[in-house]
Design a protein around this ligand. Sequence first.
Ligand code: PLP
Length: 451
Amino acid sequence: MSTPVKTRVLKLPVPGPKSRALLERDARNVSPSYTRSYPFVMERGQGTEVWDVDGYRYLDFNAGIAVNATGHSHPDVVRAIQEQAAKFIHMSGTDFYYPVQIELAEKLNALAPGSEPKRLFFTNSGTESIEAALKLARYYTRRPRMIAFIGAFHGRSMGSLSLNGSKALHKAGFAPLVPEVTHTHYAYCYRCPMGKTYGKCRIDCVRYLEDVIFQRLVPPEEVAAIFVEPIQGEGGYIVPPPEFLPMLREIADKYGILLVADEIQTGFGRTGKMFAVEHWGVAPDILAVAKGIASGMPLGAMIARESLMTWKPGSHGNTFGGNPVSCAAALETIRLIENGYMQNAAVMGQRMMEILEERRHKHPSIGDIRGKGLMVGVELVKNRETKEMAPKLRDDVVMKAFEHGLLILGCGPNTVRFMPPLNITKEHLEEGLDIFDHVLTLAEREAGLVS
Ligand code: PLP
């Protein structure tokens, strides 16, 4: 039985006058490299609700790109930030010590999967966590090469950019990149790179790494690390089959290669587990985290097995990594995630998948619905049989959602992604999905897919 659309969905006159004035100033002053999908100018937020400078209310199903795990301005996180800021705001953990950083290091090391004790390096962002992983992998193994995946996104600085495989545009104009990165197939079952049907394959995409890449292109004994997102994010919210990560773990072990899990988007309860690798019982050698760790305060970490941390004092460092205010926000964020929000993400994610599945029959453009917890993607196609991608329809839906009070974004060429705060209520979840249902119908009508 399908869930009826309950709300009368209103079209907002956006952007309003205050937004327009700010957009003009922004256009004159900031880099044109940013990727704004629509002109949302934020005034304030609370939980899953946000308001723009003209006073219009929206539901935020982006959560600052999977960052605001505890919603906007959670009072407990705000309090932790205020208390730490009143004590001291910065000291530099590279050169000095402070309790809140040590406490967070202990907490993160205890949370990281795998039985061997861990050590970590604090960063300010996702890309910096990946750079640290790249450097440690090279330093420890003294091997020059890396394996990454088609569809991957790991960041924008030179090392992480070299690992990317989601959009050629990201690399255009920036060569030469870090050398000796080879990209292989991700297990994207809806569009199997090997042309197979899941269940009738032997996960040939992973075997390709051993049978083709390691045989013909790259000597495995020269490979330092395999970088993998347990669920591909920017590439299209692609959930691999259960065999994928365990097989990669096996291959890595066979050749003495380090397995680096990029949990920058999937981590901290987003998928219903603290880290997504836990869905498949795989422990990486190195874990890269950021985004949801501190509810929006800039922070990240590269967490590695203790025995890998052979680098010497001075080998790596930074000024802002492990900022005390960010660490205080992270400790409070993790407390909230452990005390209910991760469980809520699992339950609400399940509900989201159910509602989307119930409504699939109304929408000929829905090709695939996939996700775990509150990391859910809907891949839009022009035709379900041919699976021809519908990138314009996807962009129309994202824009129309904005005009109707729902903030969503795309990923991959033709997928819409939902990544709301982990503490989203059932009411907000249903309201947001009602808006999505409504605007998808409008876009399908304009595209001539429904009458
Ligand atoms: N890795 C993944 C999986 C990501 O999703 C992102 C950002 O979207 C990054 C790395 C880069 O993180 P940052 O933008 O904080 O540098």
